[in-house]
Ligand binder design. Structure first.
Ligand code: GUN
Ligand code: ZN
Length: 435
C-alpha cells in the first residue's frame, strides 16, 4: 500500500489520560464533526472537519452520519478455547473448571478444531469492536499456532500463549516442566514479534503449576525480552484458601508469583478481586497490571472488584471479558456491568473512565500505548464506528440526551455488538455489520 491515505468523517472521541488522575474533562478529546486521516495503516491526523477537509482534496473520504468513531476496544483477558462453553450453568470457579472448562479444552489437541474455534472467536471479537486481546489458548501448542495463524491473516495486534499446567488437572491437559518449556520456546521463536503478534507465558494459575514450573515460567521471561506473563490471581475465596494450602511459605497469593519472579511490566493478573493493601502496593511497585473482568466476576459469583483501591495504589488496570466465564464478548457490556459493580460498592463509574478502561487504559496495562489505545498521530489505525441508531431504543434514548457524557453513558449501558457498525484494524475494514 504505497502512501495510501483515507479519511473518515464522523463524531470522534478518544481518551488522552486516566480521568482518575487528570479529571474527567481533561481525560478526552472530542470532535463533533471530526476527521480521522489514516495513512498506511497509521493515524496521520485527527481534527475538525471544517479545518481538515480543505487540505484533503483528492483523498478518499468515508462519511458516517449519526455515528461515533472511537479507538478499537482492547480485551485484557479472554480464553479463546472457551468460546463454545460461554454461559455454562450453575457453578463457581473450581467446580466450573472441572465440570465444563477442562473437558472443553481437551478438544484443542485437534488442530482442525482449534482453527475452527479461533476463526469463530476472532470474528466475534471484531463484531464487538475489539481489535486487540490478551488471550489464553489451551495447553496444546497447536492451539496457539491455530490462534496466531488466524490473527496474522487479519493483521490484528494480539497477545497469546500456551497454558502451562503440570498438576491438579486431568492428565490429558497437563504438560511437564520440560515439555512446557520446550513447547513455549518453540512458540516464542515462531510467533513472538512476528507482524503484530506477541507471546505471553501463560501458567493457568498457581494451583495448577508446581513451584518448579512457575520458576521455569520466570526463566522464560528472562530469556526473551518483551514477553508477557498472563495468569489468574485472587478470583474466588475457595481458590485463595487452596493457594494458601499449596504454598504455605508465601505471604499471600501474589507473593507466590512474585517469589517465582513473575511480577513486573507486561505481567497481567486476571481478576484480582480479593486483594489486601500490601498486594496492591506490590502490583503498583512492580509495574504489573490487573484485568477487571466484570461479567465473569458476577457470573461465577466471584466478588466485587475494587477499582478505587487500584486507583489509590496506582495499579495499572485493563478491562477483560474473560469469556467463557464472562458472558459477553462486548466491552460495552463489560462496562455496563462494571458500573453496577461500582454501584454495589457505593461508587460511580464516570463514562469517560469507562471509555479509558476499554481503550487507552487497557493499552497502558499491556504496555502497548505507544502503538494503540487512542488516535495520537503515528499510532496504528485500529478503530470502531459506533451506530447512534443501532436499535429503536438506542436511537430514541440518544435523542433525549443533551451532553456527550450522557450519550456515551447511554450507549455503554444499552450497547453491545449491535452498536458496532464497522471495525478497522491497521486501517483495513475487518468487520462490517449487515444492514
Ligand atoms: N482460573 C484458572 N483458570 C481459569 C479460567 O479458565 N477462567 C477463570 N475465570 N478463572 C480461572
Ligand atoms: Zn480467565
Amino acid at each position: 500500500m504505497p502512501n495510501h491515505r483515507h479519511a473518515y468523517r464522523a463524531a470522534i472521541l478518544h481518551s488522552l489520560a486516566d480521568p482518575a488522575v487528570v479529571g474527567s474533562e481533561a481525560s478526552y478529546a472530542y470532535f463533533e464533526d471530526g476527521i480521522l486521516l489514516v495513512e498506511d495503516g497509521h493515524v496521520r491526523q485527527l481534527g475538525h472537519a471544517a479545518e481538515l477537509l480543505p487540505q484533503l482534496q483528492g483523498v478518499a473520504l468515508t462519511e458516517y452520519p449519526d455515528a461515533l468513531i472511537t479507538p478499537g476496544f482492547i480485551d485484557s483477558h479472554i480464553h479463546y478455547p472457551q468460546t463454545g462453553m460461554i454461559g455454562a450453568y450453575g457453578e463457581q470457579l473450581l467446580d466450573w473448571l472441572n465440570t465444563y472448562t477442562f473437558p472443553t479444552e481437551m478438544r484443542f489437541a485437534d488442530k482442525a478444531h482449534a482453527s475452527e474455534v479461533a476463526a469463530i472467536f476472532l470474528k466475534e471479537l471484531l463484531r464487538n469492536g475489539t481489535t486487540t486481546a490478551l488471550v489464553f489458548a489451551s495447553v496444546h501448542k497447536q492451539s496457539v499456532d491455530a490462534f496466531f495463524e488466524a490473527a496474522e491473516a487479519l493483521n490484528l495486534r494480539m497477545i497469546a500463549g500456551k497454558v502451562l499446567m503440570d498438576r491438579n488437572a486431568p492428565e490429558a491437559l497437563t504438560d511437564t516442566v520440560e515439555s512446557g518449556y520446550a513447547d513455549s520456546r518453540e512458540l516464542i521463536e515462531r510467533w513472538h514479534g512476528k507482524g503484530r503478534l506477541h507471546y505471553a507465558v501463560t501458567p493457568r494459575f498457581a494451583p495448577t503449576s508446581t513451584p518448579a514450573q512457575l520458576a521455569m515460567a520466570g526463566q522464560l521471561l528472562r530469556e526473551y525480552p518483551e514477553l508477557y506473563l498472563h495468569t489468574h490471581l485472587s478470583e474466588n475465596r475457595q481458590e485463595i484458601e487452596w493457594v494458601k494450602a499449596l504454598f504455605p511459605e508465601s505471604s499471600d497469593y501474589l507473593d507466590v508469583y512474585h517469589q517465582h519472579r513473575l511480577t513486573g511490566p507486561r505481567s497481567v493478573f486476571a481478576h484480582a478481586v480479593h486483594l489486601c493493601d500490601a498486594q496492591c502496593r506490590r502490583l503498583a511497585e512492580t509495574g504489573s497490571a490487573v484485568a477487571f473482568c466484570p461479567t465473569s466476576n458476577l457470573f461465577l459469583g466471584s466478588g466485587l472488584f475494587d477499582l478505587r483501591a487500584m486507583e489509590r495504589h496506582g495499579v495499572r488496570v485493563g478491562l477483560g471479558t474473560d469469556v467463557g466465564a464472562g458472558t459477553s464478548f462486548s466491552q460495552l457490556r463489560s462496562l455496563s456491568e462494571a458500573y453496577k459493580i461500582m454501584q454495589l460498592q457505593g461508587q460511580k463509574l464516570d463514562p469517560f473512565k469507562s471509555l479509558y478502561l476499554a481503550t487507552l487504559g487497557s493499552a497502558q496495562a499491556l504496555y502497548l500505548d505507544e502503538r494503540i489505545g487512542n488516535f495520537a498521530p503515528g499510532k496504528e489505525a485500529d478503530f470502531v464506528v459506533l451506530d447512534y441508531q443501532a436499535t429503536p431504543l438506542i436511537r430514541y434514548r440518544l435523542q433525549q440526551s443533551a451532553s456527550l457524557a450522557e450519550r456515551l453513558f447511554a450507549l455503554i449501558t444499552l450497547g453491545d455488538d449491535r452498536v458496532v457498525k464497522e471495525t478497522f484494524a491497521a486501517g483495513r475494514s475487518v468487520h462490517r455489520r449487515d444492514g
